[in-house]
Design a protein around this ligand. Sequence first.
Ligand code: ZN
Length: 166
Amino acid sequence: MSLLPVSRIIANGALKLGGSTILWYKAQTCPAYRRNGKPCYDNDSGSNWIDCQVCGGTGLAYTKKPRAIKGIYTDNSNEFLPDGNGGFLTGKKTLSLPWDLDISLMKHRGYYSDGQMAPREVLKDKFVILSPEGKVAEVVYLEKDPVKPTINSGTIYQHVEVSNNS
Ligand SMILES: [Zn+2]
């Protein structure tokens, strides 16, 4: 019998007890509809409704209501790297979150008029980290697709790299 399911239950329980409450605003294509009944963001053409009041014409929006999740925020951004010129600060900010949350960086594509696929503006998932008193402690944005735990890695959380840049 694999101990992994048991480990996950324990890990999620530990997060519930010891983690911060985080409000997760998932990035999505705009859910509004145009006057002609078509969606603001047209998946087929990759085009968005320029006059949309919900998203301001970008075709992208956050979920209206955030989902409250539990996680651990680690700020290692003050790591000092000497470079001979006085050095600079480097390092990462990460969230450790339950393994089963469906988090991924938005991959937004549109098409040029010649039919070529073009990378387009993306909206990054937003995480509002709350203090134990329920106040906003920090707001961070998803930087990369999460590192998902594998069965053999021994990790039971997913680690998500974040930054303060929207
Ligand atoms: Zn819209």
